[in-house]
Design a protein around this ligand. Structure first.
Ligand SMILES: [Zn+2]
Length: 478
């Protein structure tokens, strides 16, 4: 691969190790040899096999997405944006996963290919992909060129609905144990994948669908392998009510009690804590438990905002010592737009413009995520780190005037200004086009897969409704 130098970058977002923060640098060179950054600073004088003109460009670290479901979320485009169940505190998760579930491998493959293209075009270079394992998963993620942390899900129970107000659980501890063993086998195989860019995350799916034993054993298996551990928790009011009924405490308090909160744990969402305005429990200790344990929260505001749900608040979590990371739970997998959305919602939740800054969200979407993945060689432009970087086009009209290019990028241009992306030293996006995958072809296959999924809805829905009855079109067909 040789040495590549971005020469005279007008702007760069470089890592200041002493201050532990990103800083702007002007007019510097960024060099990488193979998959490793070798120089971030002025006056690079070493050898160069390839020189990129950095004028009218900003070089920044690739973004780290620590929570996503590429294998099915794009299949819900046009279906889930306005789907929710008021008697389940607005979430559509349970109804949708029952009625629209059971994707086949062809659906997962098309869906994941679309998602990977969205991720790459918005500057993501590392992604945590959570879902059931499917044939071809590792190979597709390797082909995408992304640095992929695959999280094959397992659980002791399944959600079940027979009406629109009561969530039921079908427990199968032995089945969950078998899926756990299969997940570990899959994860252990990833380290041997020839791409060298795949690894695993141990992922019991939800706090309410897993037994304490399965959760504890999952964390122990992750620790044995020096891998991260993740679980969905405090993602819905219904879940909190169920845990209060079962254990007399919130999901966060129960998780702390069984010993699964710690510096290698990533909490998916952690929105509905005891003090949340929709919960109003008598205690006020969940945030302290999360922050005190060193956990990461994977913050993905878009799907929740669509239900009317809000994390209260991002700035408050930071000040409680929580390591915040960012994810794109649903489609579009546009991390830059997710950061924009997150910054607005955090200010609404706090009723304070200075509660957060866009620098906080850049930190979360880079080094916050890297810390959660136990990888200090990702999410920063610093010599010795991995060559995962994004070149932003300052000449893009949507960036102009580019007085503060990070603000121009996040608040205005987003993916439209993402020109080139490198992962592990290899170029995977050129002039905004993904080089490794074919989004248009995948989108065609995804439309066919969505039609198959919708046709099966009446057999799966508890009232036998059609997909169009559960999720009508946004406008009446005239
Ligand atoms: Zn999720």
């Amino acid at each position: 691969m040789g040495v590549t130098v971005v020469r005279n970058a007008d702007w760069a977002i470089a890592w200041d190790e002493a201050a532990k923060s990103h800083v702007y640098r002007r007019g510097i060179d960024v060099a990488f040899d193979g998959n490793t950054l070798t120089h971030v600073g002025s006056g690079y004088a070493g050898p160069a096999d390839r020189v990129i003109d950095g004028r009218q460009r900003m070089v920044m670290p690739g973004l780290v997405d620590i929570h996503s479901h590429p294998g099915h979320e794009p299949a819900y485009r046009g279906i889930r944006e306005e789907h929710g169940v008021p008697k389940m505190h607005m979430t559509g998760l349970f109804e949708r996963s029952q009625a629209y579930g059971a994707a086949d491998d062809a659906t997962r493959s098309a869906s994941a290919e679309v998602a990977c293209c969205e991720l790459l075009r918005s500057g993501v270079t590392s992604v945590v992909d959570i879902g059931p394992a499917w044939d071809g998963w590792a190979d597709l993620m390797a082909k995408s060129g992304l640095r992929a942390f695959l999280a094959p899900g397992f659980a002791s129970a399944r959600w079940k609905l027979e009406n629109d107000f009561e969530l039921q659980y079908e427990w199968d501890e032995n089945g969950g144990r078998k899926r756990f063993e299969a997940a570990l086998k899959f994860i252990d195989g990833l380290a041997k994948h020839p791409s060298g860019r795949l690894s695993g995350v141990v992922s019991p799916m939800q706090i309410d669908t897993c037994s304490a034993e399965l959760l504890r054993d999952g964390l122990a298996a992750a620790n044995d392998r020096k891998l991260p551990f993740t679980v969905h928790i405090a993602q819905g009011v219904t879940e909190v009510q169920e845990m209060l009924r079962r254990h007399g405490m919130t999901p966060i308090q129960w998780a702390a009690g069984i010993g699964i909160l710690g510096p290698t744990t990533i909490l998916g969402h952690a929105i509905f804590i005891d003090r949340h305005s929709w919960i109003r429990e008598s205690t006020d200790k969940d945030l302290g438990l999360i922050g005190g344990s060193g956990c990461t929260v994977a913050h993905c505001p878009t799907p929740f905002a669509r239900y009317g749900h809000l994390l209260e608040s991002f700035g408050g979590y930071l000040r409680a010592g929580v390591n915040m990371g960012m994810g794109t739970d649903t489609t579009p997998h546009n991390m830059l737009e997710e950061m924009r959305q997150a910054s607005s919602l955090a200010r609404i939740a706090a009723r304070d413009i200075h509660s957060v800054s866009i620098a906080d969200f850049l930190h979360a979407a880079t080094v916050g995520g890297a810390r959660a993945l136990l990888r200090d060689d990702l999410g920063r432009l610093a010599a010795g780190g991995k060559a995962d970087l994004v070149i932003v086009d300052l000449e893009c009209v949507d960036m102009q005037p580019a007085r503060d290019p990070l603000r121009s990028l996040v608040f205005h241009a987003a993916d439209r200004a993402v020109r080139d992306v490198y992962v592990d030293g290899r170029q995977v996006v050129s002039e905004g086009r993904v080089l490794t995958l074919d989004q248009a072809d995948a989108a065609g296959r995804l439309a066919e897969a969505q039609a198959r999924m919708m046709a099966a809805v009446p057999q799966r829905d508890f009232r036998g409704r059609s997909a169009d009855e559960i999720t009508p079109l946004s406008l009446r067909l005239g």
